[in-house]
Design a protein around this ligand. Structure first.
Ligand code: NAD
Ligand code: LMR
Length: 330
């Protein structure tokens, strides 16, 4: 007997990430090739015509797993009974802007959507925020949603997986090893140039990647700036922010969360439980393993002086962002 469909809400459905994301979800890449899905698509009123066009294309793919599509400009409808939500819809930054320039503009979206999720979604809903600044937007949605006493704070997450994948790819290029051979990377902190991609624990077929590279200056002067500023480099080159790679990272994040990471470490932006001295509740990139739909922070990693310094910088930025939205949450 086929499985009951899972309801996946996607916001910003008419946008460029949406266009890379929806077809892959409908093809079974998010939840498995045996899992039917119902897509619940939210976008602004003026984008509904474009959403219709995307739905026409979804229909034309005749995806066997696509059990239904809802299109709406009403968050209360989009999140109704949703089991998974991908919060993508927000304004992207343009050339010369930093992600925090988006903070006040985009923050309001996440209070409204947090309220809708808190009231109408499946109480076990898993939420991934992609719209920037994604850690703080996830924080806003979580803070608002949990006030209704139904959904779980731990199920509000932000996307660090793009930084994680970018870092993996840089390490593969530097070492000449296959990207698939690289294990145990973590990206700590905020999805911003302050993120700390930490490869001290990475191995490739049993070899320590840190020893293979053996170049601290490369870490500080090339690797971290390259990963941290990759989003800006793509905006500069494309004239638009990353979309296919962002959609791919969103798929990776949710797929591993739901289907399990099989013992491997992955990076998720999650509400801190106080681990590694990160204040509780802040959405912070941590190394996690996932099993049975739950994530667990990898504990006991030594934090050396350089790592602590980097973690402090990215934490300070997140605390500043939290301060910036305090009034919105009052
Ligand atoms: P886009 O402009 O192409 O699409 C955004 C869509 O969101 C549009 O269709 C717009 O109408 C819609 N939208 C705006 N406000 C909305 C609201 N209140 N409710 C529902 N829909 C709304 O942008 P994009 O390139 O798809 O990027 C979307 C977001 O993702 C941006 O904030 C961007 O910065 C962010 N992003 C994050 C990462 C990451 O790693 N976290 C990576 C890339 C992009
Ligand atoms: C990215 O990292 O590509 C996105 O967050 C888009 C951006 O503004 O950098």
């Amino acid at each position: 007997m086929s499985k009951a469909p899972v309801r996946v809400a996607v916001t910003g459905a008419a946008g460029q990430i949406g266009y890379s994301l929806l077809f892959r979800i409908a093809a079974g890449e998010l939840l498995g090739k045996d899992q039917p899905v119902i897509l619940q698509l939210l976008d602004l009123p003026q984008a509904q015509k474009a959403v219709k066009g995307v739905i026409m294309e979804l229909e034309d793919c005749a995806f066997p797993l696509l059990a239904g599509v809802v299109a709406t400009d009403d968050p209360n409808v989009a999140f109704k009974d949703a089991n998974i939500a991908l919060l993508v819809g927000a304004r992207p930054r343009g050339p010369g802007m930093e992600r925090k320039d988006l903070l006040t503009e985009n923050a309001k979206i996440f209070t409204v959507q947090g309220a809708a999720i808190g009231q109408y979604a499946d109480p076990d809903i898993k939420v991934l925020v992609v719209g920037n600044p994604c850690n703080t937007n996830a924080y806003i949605a979580k803070e608002v949603a949990v006030k209704y006493g139904r959904v779980k704070a731990k199920n509000f997450t932000g996307m660090l997986r793009l930084d994680h994948n970018r870092a993996l790819s840089q390490l593969a290029a530097k070492t000449g090893r296959d990207v698939a051979s690289l294990k145990s990377l973590v990206v700590w902190g905020n999805h911003s140039p302050t993120m700390y991609a930490d490869y001290r624990y990475v191995t490739s077929n049993g070899d320590k990647v840190k020893a293979l590279i053996n170049d601290e200056a490369w870490n500080k002067d090339v690797f971290l700036p390259t990963v941290g500023k990759r989003g800006a480099a793509i905006i500069e080159a494309r004239g638009l922010s990353s979309a296919a790679s962002a959609a791919n990272a969103a798929i990776d994040h949710v797929r591993d969360w739901v289907l399990g990471s099989k013992g491997e470490w992955v990076t998720m932006g999650i509400p801190s439980d106080g681990s590694y001295g990160i204040p509780e509740g802040i959405i912070f990139g941590f190394p996690v393993t996932t099993e049975n739909g739950e994530y667990k922070i990898v504990q006991g990693l030594e934090i050396d002086a350089f790592s602590q310094e980097r973690i402090n910088i990215t934490l300070a930025e997140l605390q500043e962002e939290r301060e910036g939205v305090k009034d919105l949450l009052a």
